[in-house]
Design a protein. Sequence first.
Length: 164
Amino acid sequence: MAGAGAQESFAELARPTTETAAFRQMDAYIQHGTTTTMEHCLAVAAASLALARHLPASFHEEELVRGALLHDYFLYDWHVKGAAPDAWHGFTHPAHALANAERDFSLTPIERDVISHHMFPFVPIPPHTREGWIVTLADKWCTVREVLISEPYIALERSLGWRA
Ligand SMILES: [Fe+2]
Ligand SMILES: [Fe+2]
């Protein structure tokens, strides 16, 4: 925990979630290209915090990072036929992610908003919180990187000690 007035690092904010076996389950599923869903969520959380810290507004940083880390906690490989609970992954996966996260973690209203509305505008209900808007933007940015670049998060994972 950082002292009064000091900013906690991304690693410090992420650790309570990323150290859980529940979170690590997402490393078994591919999100885009060579990126697993765990790596995608990690990158969206890091990008969300960086973006928030560049804006002249205050954010609940712990909830921003926790919500981003769990925003795609749907726990299947959507590329595998029959793996998803329905045929509408693009639209329904936020609800599956929320149900799983409610089961495995204790969520705040901000974290629920982040997870539920991160697919806006593809799912037409917008986020109700600043944190939700930030994650919606960071998610799109990271998705573009993952589609265009092979292994886009090597530097991020090295900075966290996840890779040699
Ligand atoms: Fe998603
Ligand atoms: Fe995502």
